[in-house]
Ligand binder design. Structure first.
Ligand code: SAM
Length: 224
């Protein structure tokens, strides 16, 4: 089944996704629900996978990487507590879908993808679809944004053995970081808040499962 860009099929599929995957599992931030409802997720995967874009599953995006299931994207977005004026650093652009969701919830998104082909595809896709408040970079995001600066929010969309200190350093006072932390096979979604006095508060939200964050402050790159 081919899903047309603005077709009834996609609209009904998105309604069902909101009802059966998000509302039913505790996603209740109205802004997150609204942007997940309006964003055309099938435009972020290959056409052959478009009919599965609104299902409760991860989808392959090439290079052995995946686009997370809708619930995970919504859960991480909600955990960031975005209100609108924030600048967000995202590590792991992948397809650009999570980037697109964030870009509608905040002022500006800075996103880094390690793999050049994915970074290039996502950059072109986000530009073509009109997401102009996004700055894309290719590189090792485990080292943080290359320029010295701080962000109101940081989101890591790949599993890390331990949250990189370079990313915690780039968190502004009252800033929030959300990341999957654990082993290669299973992680916990954690939320770190930098309190106004500079101290760090860490919470464990729920178990999750991501492809690895590969880099100097992540997992070792075993590829030949
Ligand atoms: N959020 C993405 C989306 O909406 O499509 C999916 C992200 S996918 C689960 C994880 C991504 O993190 C992969 O594209 C992977 O190449 C990337 N990644 C892994 N290690 C990285 C690193 N050190 N820096 C930047 N990106 C990295």
């Amino acid at each position: 089944m081919r899903i047309p860009e603005h077709g009834m099929v996609s609209s009904r599929a998105r309604d069902r996704m909101i009802r059966e995957q998000l509302l039913s599992q505790g996603i209740n931030d109205p802004r997150v629900l609204a942007v997940m409802r309006e964003t055309l997720r099938h435009l972020f995967v290959e056409e052959a996978l478009a009919s599965r874009a609104y299902g409760d599953e991860n989808l392959p995006i090439g290079e052995g990487q995946t686009l997370s299931q809708p619930y995970t994207v919504a859960r991480m977005s909600q955990a960031l507590n975005l209100t609108g004026p924030e600048e967000v650093l995202e590590i792991g652009t992948g397809s650009g879908y999570q980037t697109a969701i964030l870009s509608k919830l905040c002022h500006k998104v800075y996103t880094i993808e390690r793999l050049p082909t994915l970074a290039d595809t996502a950059r072109k896709r986000l530009r073509r679809l009109g997401f102009h408040n996004v700055v894309c970079r290719q590189g090792d995001g485990s080292l943080g944004w290359p320029e010295e600066r701080q962000f109101d929010r940081v989101i890591i969309t790949a599993g890390t053995p331990i949250t990189p200190s370079s990313l915690i350093r780039q968190l502004a006072p009252n800033g929030v970081l959300v990341a999957p932390e654990g082993t290669l096979s299973v992680q916990n979604l954690i939320r770190i808040t930098r309190l106004a006095d500079g101290n760090i508060h860490q919470e464990t939200l729920e178990p999750c499962c991501f492809v690895p964050l590969v880099g100097a402050q992540g997992w070792k790159d075993d590829s030949p």
